[in-house]
Design a protein around this ligand. Structure first.
Ligand code: KIV
Length: 272
């Protein structure tokens, strides 16, 4: 199936802004390595997020907290080597921007210099605004992340839907406005009621990219390994699986094992 890559040869923060203005939805997926990033970029994705979900997906940690700045830079550099067209956003890992804004800036600069990524993403609103401001002064584009912010899992205690009550909803809208006013080019909105997500997308002029935030936002993001069905244990309502790679890969490995054991691999043509 051929996919239209639209009118943008290379995606920039300006293209994303134009997409919001024109009502064109923005597509975003995670990737953490060269091979998959190359496929995802060639298939026409607008944004690759080198998410700190690499902590779970690639390293097998229970949360996103343990992944380090060096590990994020390693993943991001691998992705950047693979891509031609999409914008690459790199998550700033837990602890790399909450302490003070000077540290946040030097960590963001390391990400940009050492990985070649195009922008960084930080979780939170008013409480991290000094770091956002200082990073922006260096000319580094910043994406915000509101709603369910997994780096705060020990504060929330659960990964369930955020901002169901009016007080938290109002704070979320206020945070989105603060991030916009400060100069963020976009915001990820994770696991909030669809009606609230619509209000947020209408309240700001920058693109709102949703995950578990319904259809009335400016774009969608999923974790690549989830949408490819590589993890059959994770079944949130918002997840649409486009493949069932867990079963396909299991079957392929089982067939290989059986072929090796039965001596049917390699055959005469598969040797020198
Ligand atoms: O790290 C990540 O994969 C993310 C997405 C869930 C938006 O932040």
């Amino acid at each position: 199936m051929s996919v239209s890559k639209g009118k943008y040869k290379k995606i920039t923060t300006n293209s994303l802004q134009a997409m919001k203005l024109n009502g064109e939805k923005i597509s975003m997926l995670t990737a953490y390595d060269y091979t998959l990033a190359k496929i995802v970029d060639s298939a026409g994705i607008d944004i690759i997020l080198v998410g700190d979900s690499a902590s779970n997906v690639m390293a097998g940690h229970e949360t996103t907290l343990p992944i380090t700045l060096n590990e994020m830079i390693y993943h991001a550099a691998s992705v950047v080597r693979a891509i031609n067209r999409c914008l690459v956003v790199v998550d700033m890992p837990f602890g790399s921007y909450q302490g003070n804004s000077k540290e946040a800036l030097s960590n963001a600069i390391r990400i940009m210099k050492e990985s070649g990524g195009h922008s960084v993403k930080l979780e939170g609103g008013s409480e991290i605004i000094e770091s956002v401001e200082r990073i922006l002064t260096a000319g580094i584009p910043v994406m915000g992340h509101l709603g369910l912010t997994p780096q705060s899992i020990y504060k929330f205690g659960t990964y369930t839907v955020r901002a169901k009550d009016e007080e938290e909803a109002e704070k979320l809208i206020a945070d989105a406005k603060i991030l916009e006013e400060t100069g963020c080019f976009s915001i990820v909105l994770e696991k909030v009621p669809a009606k609230l997500a619509k209000r947020v997308a209408e309240s700001v002029s920058i693109p709102i990219i949703g995950i578990g935030a319904g259809a009335d936002v400016d774009g969608q993001v999923l974790v690549l390994h989830d949408m490819l069905g590589m993890n059959h244990e994770f079944n949130p309502r918002f997840l649409r699986r486009y493949l069932n790679l867990y079963e396909d890969i299991t079957g392929a490995v089982q067939n290989y094992v059986s072929d090796v054991k039965s001596r049917s691999f390699p055959n005469d043509k598969e040797q020198y």
